[in-house]
Design a protein around this ligand. Structure first.
Ligand code: UDP
Length: 402
């Protein structure tokens, strides 16, 4: 997991002068504005409020929770992951204890399936996938040796997504499960993407079909939004929804934590950082549409990447109806919701220039997925938020710039 040293901790000056003598604040209170009421803002804000700071969070949306937002479908009562599926998994005991302090987590094991070339297989690639794909009955050591024969062992230090795939699963499994899916997901060739994207997925030589390796996994009993609302439920915290940030607003606070898009803070003056956005084609049915929560589609000629059936994310609930999303990925225009930072060579160069601008900006800390332009899992976001809050409070207590 990434630590707080990877966040842009940019509180590097004395507090900004106070521009308002608003009677609602005590004179000795430190006033902090959070732009964005997602996970980062909620977790940092809560720690700062607990330390006695006056915390205000604004969000341009009509709900808290950012892209983790969940809500029940009015017709079916199914809990819907409005901005796409979120599954909580972590090895970080402190983060696990933290989230469990705000909601009850129910057991959830992510068992993803994929449809490819007219058949359904289990992901991540495991012994069942390999045996089914090749029509064999290999045991673990045999499968390992077999895949090693398929693999391109001349690739010693894989740099690209394609090299990583050819080295570890060979050309057949790569073509069936990864090439087409990745072209759809990222809108470019896997030869242009870093190996790190594929490294998120394990290859297993046993029948374990858990998508994640992590020790702690689960789903909040009533969805993510009540969990985040509970984090925000503190007398030192005010939340204002449907409120857009302006620099004038920021000037009324001692410090700003900004979890909106980094380039947006600077009015895109150096250009736009690239994102992929997602379109969800939502449909409802009765019964069970696909028998699992996530069905990927590896074939290039199927236009969507996957179908998610949301009631299977809450397997302890029973519903007659069902709500599904067909998920399409495309490049993000200024009017779209940004999801995945692209982080290819061009974007990295532009990012470096924005980071430089951010470093020069006093009194603002850029946090979270959009504020630091990184693809963050929820547990990493919380870990970084806890560390960022601790750093901020330590520096505030010492009266030194962070
Ligand atoms: N991927 C793929 N086929 C799949 C699932 C994933 O090619 O069936 C690739 C794809 O490029 C994706 C990456 O592996 O971006 C990482 O997968 P993960 O499930 O972590 O993606 P997420 O949707 O969580 O970003």
């Amino acid at each position: 997991a990434l630590g707080s040293t990877n966040t842009l901790l940019l509180w590097c000056g004395p507090p900004l002068p106070r521009h308002r003598s608003d009677a609602q604040f005590e004179d000795d209170e430190v006033r902090i504005l959070f732009v964005g009421a997602g996970l980062s803002g909620a977790v940092i804000g809560r720690r700062l409020a607990e330390a006695g700071h006056a915390v205000t969070l604004i969000d341009s949306r009509a709900h808290v929770g950012g892209n983790c937002h969940t809500e029940r479908d009015a017709q079916t009562d199914v809990m819907v992951h409005v901005y796409g599926p979120h599954i909580f998994h972590t090895d970080d005991r402190e983060v696990w204890d933290y989230v469990n302090g705000f909601t009850r987590f129910m057991p959830f094991k992510n068992q993803v399936k994929t449809t490819s070339q007219g058949a359904v297989y289990s992901l991540p690639v495991n012994l069942h996938t390999i045996n089914q794909f090749y029509g064999k009955t290999m045991r673990p050591a045999e499968a390992r040796a077999f895949l090693e024969e398929q693999a391109d062992t001349s690739i010693t230090d894989p740099q690209t997504f394609e090299e990583q795939a050819l080295r570890f699963v060979g050309p057949d499994l790569y073509a069936a499960f990864f090439k087409g899916y990745t072209e759809k997901q990222w809108g470019c060739s896997p030869t242009e993407l870093p190996a790190s994207i594929l490294k998120r997925l394990p290859v297993r030589f046993n029948y374990d079909d858990n998508y994640f390796f992590h020790r702690f996994q689960g789903m909040p009993e009533n969805g993510y939004t009540p969990m985040i609302a509970a984090i925000l439920d503190h007398p030192g915290m005010d939340v204002m929804l449907e409120t857009t940030f302006t620099p004038e607003m920021g000037a009324q606070f001692d410090h700003v934590f900004y979890s909106g898009p980094l380039d947006g803070y600077f009015d895109y003056r150096l250009g736009r950082l690239g994102y992929r956005t997602l379109d969800f084609e939502r449909f409802s049915e009765t019964g069970d549409y696909q028998g699992c929560a996530v069905m990927n589609y590896g074939d290039r000629d199927v236009p969507f990447t996957r179908i998610t059936e949301h009631k299977h994310f809450s397997p302890w609930e029973e519903h007659e109806g069902t709500v599904c999303y067909r998920e399409f990925s495309r490049s993000c225009t200024p009017d779209d919701i940004p999801y995945y930072p692209i982080r290819m060579v061009e974007e990295k160069a532009l990012l470096a220039r924005y980071v430089e601008l951010a470093r020069e900006t006093r009194g603002v800390t850029f946090v979270g997925r959009l504020g630091t332009y990184r693809y963050l899992d929820m547990d990493v976001t919380i870990r970084e938020a806890l560390d960022t809050a601790a750093d901020f409070l330590a520096h505030a207590a010492a009266g030194t710039p962070a």
